[in-house]
Design a protein around this ligand. Structure first.
Ligand SMILES: Cc1ncc(COP(=O)(O)O)c(C=O)c1O
Length: 310
């Protein structure tokens, strides 16, 4: 029996066999439950690899100088991170624990991005010690702390600033992160984002490479991404004029919605990645901003469909 009605909820290679057992990726889930006990989380590697490749290839096709960064708060395990590394993805971590897993499996540190609005001094130290790719600064407190820690180590920390673009993505209130009073990032419209740029530029131990924004999760519309791209790139133009900051890197975030019920109908991954890549290319060219490296940061849309809870 096929499980077509739930095709977008279950892993790609799922079916129900003649005994009524759910088979995922060739494995009988009843056998898995007998063998390992429940509750048991089962992830299908083929679905994860397919999603990684769709994001990676579609984005690169639309905008070559790009990288897909997996937002590991969606799910982290050593095996998963190894698969992502093989697929050429980067990694978004938000804690020392996730960073530790990345280190243990030899995830290429230059592709690891440290996000989050509550990084401790010990976690920032660890990131600097490991030579993490980028630290995404979320607040004035963190800006000052990271600047000091990097100076004490005699190094320059490569960083991005998280901006709050004032965009209201149509998702649940608790998942909105781009609105002005969200607890994430530097609001552009209040002048705090520009003040953050001024402070980073004045801190020799920090190297400002660009800007990041993430306006929420479980977003099904393309418009919030398009708006975010426009608002952040306008800001980048201002920062080039006012502070001689060249945009080398830019991320409009992640948050693409997935199907939690058969009624949810997200657009395919390829379409989302293509739209982001194309929009960024057009909007950069329109503003004469060169060709910075562009990131997207999907989390749940890479692993959600691959996972089954038994
Ligand atoms: C900074 C950042 N990037 C990306 C994501 C990915 O979100 P999602 O798993 O919804 O794609 C999140 C989620 O909270 C995030 O905070």
């Amino acid at each position: 029996m096929s499980v077509e009605t739930k095709a977008s909820i279950l892993p790609l290679d799922s079916r129900v066999d003649g005994d009524g057992h759910l088979i995922v990726g060739g494995c009988d889930t009843v056998d898995l439950a007998d063998r390992f006990g429940t509750p048991l989380y089962v992830y299908d590697e083929a679905t994860i690899r397919t999603r990684c490749r769709e994001y990676r290839d579609s984005l690169a096709h639309a905008y070559a100088h790009s990288l897909v960064i997996y937002a590991s708060k969606a799910f982290t395990s050593p095996m998963l991170l190894q698969i992502l590394a093989q697929e050429g993805l980067g990694l978004d971590v938000v804690s020392g624990g996730e960073l530790y897993v990345a280190q243990r499996v030899g995830f290429p540190m230059e592709r690891v991005y440290f996000h989050g609005n509550n990084k401790g001094a010990d976690e920032l130290q660890m990131a600097l010690e490991l030579g993490i790719g980028r630290i995404v600064i979320d607040s004035f407190h963190e800006l000052e702390l990271l600047g000091r820690l990097a100076r004490e180590r005699g190094t320059r920390a490569p960083c991005l600033l998280r901006l709050s673009p004032g965009i209201d993505a149509h998702t649940h209130d608790y998942r909105k992160t781009g609105i002005l009073d969200s607890k994430f990032g530097f609001p552009i419209s209040t002048g705090q984002a520009e003040e953050a740029v001024r402070q980073v530029v004045a801190t020799p131990s920090l190297e400002l490479l660009g800007f990041h924004a993430h306006v929420g999760s479980q977003i099904f519309e393309l418009a919030p991404y398009q708006e975010t791209i426009g608002v952040v790139l306008d800001f980048a133009v201002e920062m080039r004029k006012g502070h001689h900051v060249e945009l080398q890197e830019f991320s409009p975030g992640g948050g693409w919605g997935i199907a939690y019920t058969p009624e949810d109908d997200p657009r395919p991954t390829r379409e989302v990645a293509t739209m982001v890549g194309e929009t960024v290319g057009v909007e950069l060219a329109r503003r004469g901003l060169g060709e910075p490296r562009v990131f997207v940061e999907p989390g749940r849309s890479i692993v959600g469909q691959a996972g089954v809870a038994l």
